[in-house]
Design a protein around this ligand. Structure first.
Ligand code: FAD
Length: 481
């Protein structure tokens, strides 16, 4: 039976379960790939130009990789998810497919879309099969003794490790083989879509699965062994930068775990001092899976609601001026401004600085955390709803296993600790380049400099008085406790 693979956030050919299932079902009848461009829906979901351009570039690579297997990739427009059932049904009829395979997506709108697609295809006698492929352990499968989804990371991770071990660690990566040529031409893929512009240079994020696998190979050696030491230092290139590839499935999470386990003597956790990097990185892969589990266990987080329902009663301060200063990287707090400018120019921000900037928005500025969440979604090349929402709710103390509301980062102390030389700040806030680094250096807080020393520096004073931050946060959270 000729089969179709509907690609969504799984833009690769290696270790792709839906693709391999489609090949097995199709036999000699052949497989066709399909991708639907959904610009109207993407805008509603706050996809930005940087992500859309990256997806389009990845699609080109995918089309080439599929063509090597003689699988044509058809790319068509279905502006919203509501259009998907009809568009897919028409394609299936045109290319005479009896089955559609895809990798399951877990967000609420995506699940509704898939149910509608399944029902529409069934009317034409076309089978719809969604398989779990986005995670190492499918979301919802790691459960507490009371059959619930974990809401705290550490016990989740222990249980996740147990499940992975019980299943024999990482299943073998699934292969795909070349099929006979079909008489169907691949579609052209647009370079860009109107309204999704970006200034982020393409060469910062080479697209496609070959680039992703090369990056994994490069990282899985020495950088992985040093990960624990360097991962929190934003001036260092100490993390894998695989997040954009994982977010759109240009790399399989199993391939990542495979490489990490191989470098970790076959283990998920390893107490040996020289294996701390590997074990810590595996923990980060587990964080990704934790937030996917939260999405499935608590779909309200998909509907703009806080995980801790009471915190929805907090009256955040809707100060547009402060928000603009935060977005533009001119809050007067160098580490925050450096992070926001990294986001604007690279479409990516180091994890430590994501935490600092997010906590600064939600605690120091006391702005609605959803404003920050939306801004990140629109500007991150690795924008992923579950990870972004999880990170924001953690920082705003409204989420699962969140930072307690009374433990508020002091951004200047964070800067002194994690960017001691000031190198990261200097890179993104060049107007401060001449200031001294070192843990006591003025680069971390130029507002402390005497007026005269500040005279030649075109840099704003801090937009909020830190002395008052704690009081306002404690009062607001206690008020809804
Ligand atoms: C406010 C906020 C927003 C975030 N938004 C996103 C987002 O939209 N998309 C996204 O992929 N990540 C997001 N993260 C998580 C994290 O910052 C990035 O995954 C990480 O910086 C990516 O860099 P890397 O690939 O070099 O990570 P590495 O350190 O090499 O980690 C490997 C992989 O593990 C996962 N991972 C690492 N750290 C985390 C974490 N803290 N939480 C969940 N998964 C993690 C990622 O998939 C990452 O690619 C956010 C974090 C915060 C605090």
């Amino acid at each position: 039976m000729r089969s179709m693979v509907w690609f969504r956030s799984d833009l690769r050919t290696h270790d792709h379960r839906a693709l391999s299932a489609a090949c097995a079902a199709a036999g000699n009848d052949g497989v066709i790939g399909v991708f639907l461009l959904a610009p109207v829906q993407w805008r509603e979901h706050d996809w930005g130009g940087v992500k859309v351009r990256y997806v389009l570039r990845t699609l080109r690579e995918l089309s080439v990789a599929l063509a090597k297997l003689n699988i044509p990739l058809i790319v068509e427009r279905a502006d919203t998810f509501a259009d998907a059932p009809e568009v897919l049904a028409k394609i299936a009829a045109r290319v005479k497919c009896g089955a559609v395979f895809c990798a399951r997506e877990y967000e609420v709108n995506e699940q509704h879309r898939d149910s509608a697609v399944e029902a529409r295809l069934a009317r034409d006698g076309v089978v719809f099969r969604a398989v779990d492929d986005q995670c190492i352990v499918e979301p919802g499968a790691v459960r507490t003794g009371e059959d619930r989804v974990y809401t705290v990371f550490t016990p989740f991770k222990k249980a996740w490790i147990r499940v992975v071990e019980e299943r024999g660690m990482v299943p073998p990566l699934v292969p795909v083989s070349k099929q006979a040529r079909l008489d169907i031409e691949p579609s052209p893929i647009p370079d860009s879509l109107p309204g999704f512009d970006t200034h982020v240079p393409d060469d910062l994020w080479p697209a496609g699965e070959d680039a992703a696998l090369a990056r994994l190979r490069g990282f899985a050696g020495k950088p992985l062994t040093q990960y624990k030491h360097f991962r929190d230092l934003p001036a260092e290139d100490g993390t894998s930068r695989l997040s954009p590839y994982l977010a759109i499935g240009a790399i399989s999470p199993r391939a990542c775990l495979h490489a990490a386990i191989e470098a970790n003597e076959g283990k998920l956790e390893n107490a040996a001092a020289n294996k701390a990097g590997q074990s810590t990185w595996i923990s980060e892969l587990a964080w990704r899976e934790f937030y996917k589990h939260i999405l499935v266990g608590y779909p309200r987080v998909c509907m703009g609601r806080a995980f801790k329902a009471a915190t929805d009663r907090i009256e955040w301060v809707e100060d547009r001026g402060h928000f603009a200063a935060w977005c533009e990287g001119r809050t007067g707090v160098p580490i925050v401004d450096a992070g926001m400018r990294q986001l604007a120019t690279a479409g990516w921000m180091h994890n430590r600085v994501r935490m600092i900037t997010a906590m600064y928005l939600s605690k120091d500025l006391f702005l609605p955390w959803r404003w920050g969440e939306r801004h990140f979604m629109r500007h991150l090349v690795d924008a992923d709803f579950s990870q972004n929402n999880g990170g924001w709710q953690w920082s705003a103390s409204t989420g699962t296993d969140a930072a307690p509301y009374f433990r508020i980062f002091n951004p200047v102390s964070q800067s002194r600790k994690f960017d001691p030389s000031g190198e990261y700040i200097r890179r993104f806030v060049p107007e401060l380049a001449a200031l001294e680094g070192g843990e006591d250096g003025a680069i971390h807080d130029p507002s402390e400099l005497p007026e005269l020393a500040r005279a030649g520096i075109d840099y704003p004073r801090p937009i909020v008085d830190r002395a008052r931050v704690r009081e306002r946060v404690l009062a607001a959270f206690k008020g809804v406790a």
